[in-house]
Design a protein around this ligand. Structure first.
Ligand code: SAM
Ligand code: SF4
Length: 328
């Protein structure tokens, strides 16, 4: 029997973003401090067996799509193996990953073999010097190796995610060239005021679009969008891929939110902005039955906040974690 799970506002929730680690190989200035965040011990992080059990329970409630994130998911050894196990869970249709690309060249073959359904590669610039300033690491070439490795698998959709920082001299429109030259979609994500992102001004979709038009000419709206997230897409003449925008601030999309998040320490987070949700690790390790876990998930999802209030400076229940801990 197919289950459907709705929240208190009637939104269907069918997607979970799972952070498999809060460690990372980069130190993006809007996401992590130079020294990294306090590393928690391995025992505090959910094991893959625990994640697999939770995903089975989620699937029985109506979750069909999983995104593996972090921190950097590729720092967890042999991530393709558990990714493949999640794919085989009854009811799970899609397992995708968001990665900074370090190590992707080595792991892409295994990920493809495990049946991964899509890769989102985070890349904010094509300039190696600017890359080093944003990520505090000289690793541009490794990321591009990952990009080219992923391109070898045309059956696995590849999207590039860029978070512009509102700094005019950082020319983010050059990234769109990847969608011109290759069959990949390039998406611009508005900076959200979470963790270190609070220190930056977001750069609006309208500003980016204005600059894109100067470089690439007129655009057309795409009726058919790739994926089922909150992005909307346009296309430019002569481009192989599309250009997408995920504009949580200037074009709020909470009405159609379909997702929740599971942090690496097992907290089921029901909205990006707030610390509301339920502690799954406590339940798992306390010997809870599947039915008890299901009931807790249903209750947490019924109480999912109606919307974020990023522009309204709300402090109550505001998320204190960094984006690397939450998973983006
Ligand atoms: N390390 C992986 C990566 O970079 O794709 C996965 C985790 S990362 C937290 C997931 C996504 O969140 C990345 O695309 C990153 O650019 C984005 N991100 C981080 N901080 C953000 C913020 N304050 N606002 C919007 N997106 C953010
Ligand atoms: Fe790491 Fe991704 Fe955060 Fe950059 S955005 S520091 S790659 S977790």
């Amino acid at each position: 029997m197919i289950s459907v799970m709705t929240d208190g506002c009637g939104r269907e929730i069918d997607y979970v973003r799972i952070s498999v680690t809060d460690r990372c190989s980069l130190r993006c200035i809007y996401c992590m401090p130079e020294e990294g965040i306090r590393s928690v011990s391995h025992t505090e992080i959910l094991s893959f067996d625990e994640i697999e059990r939770l995903v089975s329970v989620f699937a029985s409630l109506g979750i069909t799509k999983i995104k593996l994130t972090g921190g950097e998911p590729l720092v967890r050894k042999d991530i393709a193996v558990p990714a493949g196990r999640l794919k085989r869970i009854n009811g799970i249709c899609q397992v995708t990953m968001t990665t900074n690309g370090i190590g992707l060249a080595k792991q892409m073959e295994a990920l493809a073999g495990a049946g991964i359904n899509g890769i989102n590669l985070s890349l904010d610039t094509l300039n190696p010097e600017v890359f080093a300033r944003i990520t505090r690491r000289r690793a541009f070439d490794q990321v591009m190796e990952g990009f080219y490795a992923a391109l070898q698998y045309p059956q696995i959709p590849l999207k590039i995610n860029c978070v512009p920082m509102g700094i005019p001299e950082r020319n983010v429109t050059e990234l769109a060239v990847l969608a011109k030259k290759y069959p990949v979609h390039v998406r611009y994500i508005e900076m959200m005021p979470i963790g270190f992102g609070r220190q930056f001004q977001y750069c609006s979709e309208d500003t980016i679009l204005e600059n894109l038009v100067k470089c690439y000419g007129p655009w057309r709206t795409c009726d058919k969008k790739p994926g089922n997230g909150p992005g909307h897409y346009i296309s430019f003449a002569g481009f192989q891929g599309k250009i997408g925008f995920i504009s949580a601030i200037s074009h709020k999309f909470c009405d159609s939110c379909n997702r929740v998040r599971l942090t690496s320490q097992g907290f089921l987070k029901t909205c990006l902005q707030y610390d509301t949700g339920a502690d799954m690790r406590h339940l798992l390790r306390g010997g809870a039955s599947d039915e008890e876990i299901r009931e807790t998930v249903r209750t947490a999802i019924m109480q999912k906040p109606v919307s974020h209030q990023f522009t309204e400076n709300v402090k109550e229940h505001e998320e204190a974690h960094t984006m690397s801990q939450i998973g983006g």
